[in-house]
Design a protein around this ligand. Structure first.
Ligand code: GLN
Length: 485
């Protein structure tokens, strides 16, 4: 497999065979973090003491032959927009710099049941709005493959820690690509499950109809193990579903290449990865054909109306009264104005303004209403495509990771990084990014697979067979020991 850290199944075997203790693994991962964090700034907070204590409990369980399963003793990092009881959830915003979570997100409660340990909270673009982690109020995260490059976003911290080996796996959130795009930039696996299969309870909302928690891992099997342990119906999340997972009818799969994501605007590098994988799929007996989903070209515009509209409503709760920051002032309106002016960064303010405008009386029908209509059409286009195809394939991103500052001056360029990932969020589809190769400047390249709703496990199976075929086994530059150079 592709990393300096073995897969979760292998680690579990090492624990069972008493060749490694969970607390030794935790210390090893923590040591990796102490080497890499000063360069990468991927964790916002490390939970050393509690993590070590928990991993020692895992030691005991393995000693007594009472282990809780594959995740027992596995160190996992958590994106800092997911609530962990007793720790800060800052969303990389000044607004929540002192907010300590009074409860666990459902996924955190579920992971605690598995005996896994948490390494800490990871950096993100403020409130998950961005594609490079440059929007964090606490400074950017660097890409372990080359610190001059961004790790992607918004889950840049969660992707970087896995890539650098300072966590075995991590949780991210994906509203328009924030798990898959940074996973692609950092050469790891990123999986966005079907909307509703993983509870959003305890995830600080950005755009509720699009947000989805999912794993970032070294291998597809690791992603499957984590997904398996965090999925399921949750009555605390009104959009949670009782998933009935589907299997493709035939062993021989029919896979569609999305034409609109293999055109101008998508680099040759990125297109070549899809062609390479397509060839491998054909060699192993699957059928791969080009297909057209014309409305995917409108997905970006639709997303940048719907996501800001929902964010403007969701973020209205940060008013200086209920959560986080409060700026002193003589009256409540002044207090609210000052608090929001100081607490939110530029990008978040821009999105709130866009969203408020799109929802305002007189413009609602023209912008938000129309965006919803096109969204429905995009969903039915995908439904039609899945009548013909078992899965769809595309690049994950239009290009490999870019340098710091390269796209900050031009928001449209930045927004284009999510060209290939946004359609799956609009349609609620499961989608996964798998690293498949390197660009000329040694930065990771990936392909993305999408499936119909609730095809999550079969999507993971296909992803795993591709992972085996391409055997991507390169290591990033910044890992333990070689970061002094
Ligand atoms: N980059 C996209 C945005 O800024 C997606 C973010 C996300 O998925 N959280 O909105």
């Amino acid at each position: 497999m592709n990393r300096n850290i073995p897969s979760i199944s292998k680690l579990n075997n090492l624990f069972l065979d008493k060749e490694l203790k969970p607390s030794e693994l935790f210390e090893q991962v923590y040591e990796n973090a102490s080497f890499t964090e000063s360069i990468l700034h991927a964790h916002l907070e490390l939970f050393h003491d509690e993590g070590l204590e928990n991993s020692k409990k895992s030691d005991e369980r393995f000693l007594k032959g009472e282990s809780l399963g594959k995740l027992d003793g596995i160190p996992i990092a958590i994106k800092d927009n997911i609530n962990v009881y007793g720790y800060k959830t800052t969303c990389s915003s000044k607004m929540l710099s002192n907010y300590v979570s009074p409860y666990d997100a459902t996924v955190i409660g579920m992971l605690k049941e598995t005996g896994s340990t948490f390494t800490g909270k990871t950096n993100l673009d403020e409130f998950a709005m961005g594609s490079s982690t440059e929007n964090s109020a606490y400074g950017p995260t660097k890409n372990p493959w080359n610190p001059d490059y961004v790790p992607g976003g918004s889950s840049g911290g969660s992707a970087a820690v896995v890539s650098a080996g300072s966590a075995v796996a991590s949780l991210g959130s994906d509203t328009g690509g924030s798990i898959r795009q940074p996973a692609s930039f950092c050469g790891v696996v990123g999986f966005k499950p079907t909307y509703g299969t993983v509870s959003r309870f305890g995830l600080i909302a950005f755009a509720s109809s699009l947000d989805q928690i999912g794993p970032i891992t070294n291998t597809v099997d690791d992603a499957r193990i984590i997904f398996d342990n965090i999925q399921g119906y949750d009555p605390k999340d009104a959009t949670s579903i009782k998933p009935q997972y589907t299997e493709p009818k035939n062993k021989k799969l029919k896979i569609g290449i999305i034409k609109e994501l293999m055109q101008e605007g998508v680099s040759e590098d990125s297109q070549n990865e899809v062609n390479k994988v397509t060839q491998l799929l054909e060699n192993s007996g699957h059928e791969v054909l080009e297909t057209s989903l014309p409305l995917t070209e409108m997905a970006l515009s639709v997303y940048y109306l719907i996501a800001p509209a929902e964010c403007s409503a969701n973020l209205s709760r940060f008013d200086g009264v209920r959560f986080g920051l409060r700026e002193p002032a003589s009256g409540s309106y002044e207090m609210m104005n000052k608090t929001r002016a100081v607490g939110f960064g530029e990008e978040v303010k821009k999105r709130i303004l866009l969203g408020t405008y799109a929802l305002s009386a007189g413009y609602f029908d023209e912008y938000y209403g129309r965006a919803l209509k096109v969204r429905s059409k995009i969903i039915s286009d995908f439904q039609k495509a899945f009548d013909d195809f078992d899965f769809l394939i595309s690049p994950t991103t239009p290009s490999p990771a870019f340098k710091f500052g390269e796209k900050t001056e031009n928001p449209l360029e930045m927004y284009l990084s999510d060209l290939c990932t946004i359609p799956a969020n609009l349609a609620g589809l499961p989608a996964i990014s798998i690293p498949t190769g390197l660009s000329d400047n040694n930065m990771p390249l990936s392909i993305q697979l999408m499936g119909k709703p609730c095809s999550d496990y079969s999507l993971l199976d296909l992803a795993e067979s591709i992972e085996d075929m391409v055997s991507f086994n390169h290591l990033p530059k910044i890992t333990k020991g070689d970061n002094e150079s």
